[in-house]
Design a protein around this ligand. Sequence first.
Ligand code: GBH
Length: 493
Amino acid sequence: MVTRLVLFVLPCVLLFEKAYTATNRTFPSYFKFGVATASYQVEGAWNEDGKGENIWDHVCHTNSTFIDNKDNGDVACDSYHKYKEDVQMIKNLGVDYYRFSLSWSRILPRGLAGTPVNQLGINYYRNLTQELLDNGIEPMVTMFHWDLPEPLQDIGGWPNPELEDHFVYYARTVFEQLGDLVKFWMTFNEPKQTCQEGYGLGVMAPGIKSSGIADYKCAHTLIKAHAKTYHLYDDEFRAKQNGSIGIVADTTWYEPASGSDADKAAAERALQFKFGWFLNPIVNGNYPQVMIDRVDERSKKQGFAQSRLPKFTDEEIEYIKGTHDFVAVNTYTTNYAQDVEEPDSDELSYESDMKVELFLDDDWEESASSWLRVVPWGIRKLVNWVSKTYNNPEIFITENGVSDRGGIEDENRTSFYREYLSNILEAIEEDGVNVTRYTAWSLMDNFEWARGYAEKYGLYSVDFKSSNRTRTPKASADYYKQVITTRCLVNSC
Ligand code: GBH
């Protein structure tokens, strides 16, 4: 009897405890909350009002095995037509800002530098931005969130160094057309995914598998395009438009698989290969030394006359260094990192250059995405590492969230936000890390790239079966709204 009682009561106590592990401190008054989406994932209207084709339109329409369930973004959440409703949903959450991205092919249908601007595309973004401002919501704009114009892929895509100037032309167009309204710019979203998943592993459009070669070339072009765009803003727009500009890099937190020095070094190496690949050039001018050394050495053993990791010239290093007004981080999950033996030199890949085995812990709570486990403490360690590694910059979390398979009673998502935000607050208060913004991914369920519509990240659900794309707030939307109003994660602070 007693045992039975204990068996019954104990789990209840544990559940109750779990719900209240979040800190009862309040968020500082300067701290801002936002919510995010990206053009291809929500807009639809893929060929309306003069928009050109991009690589995601192309892969959805031509490769029937690439996207789960043969889903595509032709209509998506129909935000192209429903942006006023989107803004009301955003306003209802009470967030300070909305992070969205621009579709390059809507603005320059042919993509290439020197081709005509599509005024109707510009009008859409001006209308959306004005609607946000009229409702007291700050626009935070990503120029490139993976939807490359197809004509630029036809000339090789990002591994082709010419893309630098095509991007800068697009960026200039965007500053000219929208810079009076937009004060927060981000050049690229997650360049690591663009390069690694797009040109290395081939799991995202354009689906090219050239790990250890095209991924490095892609990153090289992107970093140079970012730096040139930053200088363009500084030289020609900042004085009159008065905004800030940066890049959004993503990383998992890599926890050493054991206390051994080799595994600690492996975890650091993973962070440098994944995050430092982009951040080190932008902060300090060049790739992380460990990455240069390893790729140079393996390339040599493999008989390459030059390293597979492209080189920046001394002038380029000076030019790229410091091209950021803030450090923006997307992060979702944690992996264990374990050192491995030096791979044979005939293994040619980014992974063998990195020489780290990454894995998940089966005890970590799952999500609907195979790569995403719920590990709240990882985000606290990560922001501490970013702060320490890059000299205590202002840090924005530009994406964080979790997926499930649907339903509006999403206790999993509510507790995810509670626990991750709690760790961020501890990082601010206990560790002195300068995180000033937090952005929930995502405003609503949307096209989750190669996983189609099955993995859902929204605070609002979207009925993809109705032509109306009806949106319904989930329990997590109510929770997020409450956090923003009270600035408190638990019932009272
Ligand atoms: C972010 O990527 C993106 O910025 C955002 O657009 C996306 O919706 C969100 O996170 C959630 O994924 O299943 O093998 O095809 C986070 C990084 C990019 C890692 C997609 C996993 C898919 C791998 N993720 N990637 S696979």
